[in-house]
Design a protein around this ligand. Structure first.
Ligand code: PXL
Length: 280
């Protein structure tokens, strides 16, 4: 199994490729990378960060890869710095994804109801086009709302089901993270997702209060790692959600600044043990 992760390198702050590469590799899967930009830190919570767009370098990289005849079982795309890069990802999918391969899009655009800096409505519209050619999309709740022109706010379970129905018009298998639900009087954090048969399901974990940067990257990377290992979608969602929750719990215990990302390193063994169990 060979995965290509298309994402930026945020040198500090543990997100995008600095999360995808260790998690997918630890899952036992070869993870090649196509960096879209190099930033001194990610853009969520730091000021004065540097941003080098790597778009100019990408055509030569892809030309070289074509000469090697590279083909991928999975391609996952994440943070894209421009509309031109969305178009580039579409052509990478056409040229480098195996016939029966899986294309996963993390439509990284925002969090907590707002778009990240650099993004506006025209980017959202183009991102919808990318989601339309994906097999699986992994938006957070904010991104799911922008993709479906749904006002961001509080949802009940029917509201999440309706949101998934709208997303299904874009992509058959959406998986939305960060959906708060109330079960037996307790707030829990759920992933709402659609399985291979088109049925919407949910998987919930304990809700840890606070905003934790990079949680979506940990979830998406663990999901790809599990799917690439041949784990069924239901188990892959469960394992990825538990790993993300465990990483959040540890990060909260560490009391590090949330903008520095999740301590997923400490939970890697647990994640791999769950993966081993699911693949036996
Ligand atoms: O974690 C998502 C992400 C990825 N890449 C960059 C970001 C963010 C979120 O802020 O700024 C550069």
């Amino acid at each position: 199994m060979r995965v290509l992760a298309i994402n930026d390198i945020s040198c500090v702050g543990k997100c995008s490729l600095t999360v995808a590469l260790p998690i997918i590799s630890a899952a036992g899967i070869t993870c090649d990378i196509l960096p879209t930009a190099i930033l001194s830190t990610h853009t969520g919570g730091f000021r004065g960060y540097t941003f080098r767009d790597l778009s100019e370098d990408i055509p030569a990289v892809l030309k070289h890869w074509k000469s090697l005849g590279l083909q991928y079982d999975f391609i996952i795309s994440g943070y894209l710095g421009s509309i031109a890069q969305i178009e580039m990802v579409k052509s990478v999918k056409d040229d480098f994804l195996k016939k029966n391969g899986t294309f996963i899009v993390d439509p990284v655009m925002g969090d907590n109801g707002i778009l990240y800096s650099h993004f506006a409505q025209n980017f959202v519209n183009e991102m919808k086009g990318l989601c339309e050619i994906a097999d699986v999309i992994v938006p957070n709740l904010t991104e799911a709302c922008f993709l479906t022109a749904t006002p961001y706010g509080e949802f009940d379970e029917q509201g999440y089901d309706d949101l998934l129905d709208k997303l299904k018009k874009l992509c058959a298998r959406p998986s939305v993270t960060g959906c708060d639900i109330v079960e037996n009087g307790c707030t829990r954090s759920a992933v709402f997702y659609t399985d291979e048969n088109g049925t919407t399901k949910k998987y919930s974990t304990e809700k840890i209060s606070g905003a934790f940067h990079g949680a979506g990257d940990v979830y998406g990377s663990a999901l790809v790692g599990a799917l690439a290992r041949g784990v069924h979608l239901d188990d892959a969602v469960r394992i990825a959600a538990e790993f993300t929750k465990d990483s959040i719990v540890q990060t909260k215990k560490d009391a590090t600044e949330p903008r520095y990302g999740l301590n997923s390193e400490s939970q890697m063994f647990r994640f791999l043990s769950a993966l081993e169990k699911a693949t036996k």
